[in-house]
Design a protein around this ligand. Structure first.
Ligand SMILES: NC(=O)c1ccc[n+]([C@@H]2O[C@H](COP(=O)([O-])OP(=O)(O)OC[C@H]3O[C@@H](n4cnc5c(N)ncnc54)[C@H](O)[C@@H]3O)[C@@H](O)[C@H]2O)c1
Length: 254
């Protein structure tokens, strides 16, 4: 595998989740050192860190609630001091809560927006501020969702947060373009892992119906999402910024 990110540092929120971890491995395989955060205690992720290190790069892990701006800033400073300035910034952490408009409490609504949208802002604001300070180019990838552009009943806060992320991506892309920092979003459809995997485990009927709706007939793997994130980070991509890369097997066309 060509080491296109050799000696660069990648920072990934929610890095112990399925898509986050697949992305860590995909970027590490191309030579990037990896900084991960998640809400899991460090003792529970030792084996996963070793898997990343076995690819020949350095890997750090911090327990950080991405919705806590001060904690995110502290994490950013720690990564900067141990690995260097992160030039590949992946805003991936998220939660879903299944329930209609009248099932969700104001506290739950706030928490979903805090993690899924505000957390992505805290991460990308802090990380790109360091790039500007050190006059370095970079790539930001927001992990959005097709649900950000297509109405879904029963995941309202998640969908609203992902819709907000699309506009955050565009605003940030415009502001950072003159600094050679490209900002894009990836919007997967149903990924047979992580958040959807959990929903499907609890509701097998839901999975059957979802699979039947996908025009290309197959669900996405976490590794496929990771490869598209690599594509957006690739130094050969010099013009794409402010875009949402939709990879939903044609779902949005139906
Ligand atoms: N799985 C899908 O079908 C699908 C589809 C479209 C988009 N996505 C997006 O992909 C991204 C990754 O999701 P996934 O499917 O791998 O799910 P996942 O649950 O495996 O990964 C999400 C990770 O984020 C972490 N996290 C949750 N709250 C956090 C917080 N407050 N601070 C830090 N970390 C936190 C979780 O612990 C988890 O490890 C999400 O942004 C999700 O919206 C997933």
């Amino acid at each position: 595998m060509e080491k296109i990110f050799k000696d660069q540092v990648a920072i990934i929120s929610g890095g112990m989740g399925d898509i986050g971890f697949a992305t860590a491995l995909a970027l590490a395989g191309r030579g990037a050192h990896i900084a991960l955060c998640d809400v899991l205690p460090p003792a529970s992720v030792v084996e996963k860190i070793k898997i990343v290190e076995d690819t020949g790069v350095r890997c750090t892990y911090d327990e950080v609630d991405i919705a806590d701006a001060a904690a995110v800033q502290a994490w950013m400073d720690a990564v900067h001091n141990t690995l260097g300035t992160a030039q590949l910034i992946i805003a991936n952490a998220a939660i879903t809560r299944v329930g209609g408009i009248y099932d969700i409490t104001p506290q739950e609504w706030r928490r979903d927006i805090d993690v899924n949208l505000n957390g992505a802002f805290y991460l990308t604001q802090a990380a790109t501020a360091l790039l500007l300070k050190h006059r370095l180019p970079g790539r930001v990838v927001f992990v959005g969702s097709w649900a950000g552009a297509r109405a879904h009943a029963y995941i309202p806060a998640y969908s609203v947060a992902k819709a907000g992320m699309t506009m955050l991506c565009k605003c940030m892309a415009l502001e950072l373009a003159p600094h050679q920092i490209l900002v894009n979003e990836i919007a997967p459809g149903y990924v047979a892992a992580g958040l959807t995997g959990q929903i499907w485990k609890d509701n097998p009927e839901n999975e059957k119906a979802a699979r039947a709706r996908i025009p290309v007939g197959t669900v996405i793997t976490a590794e496929e999402v990771a490869e598209q994130i690599v594509y957006l980070c690739d130094p050969a991509n010099r013009q794409m910024t402010g875009s949402t890369l939709l990879m939903d097997g044609g779902l949005s066309l139906t």
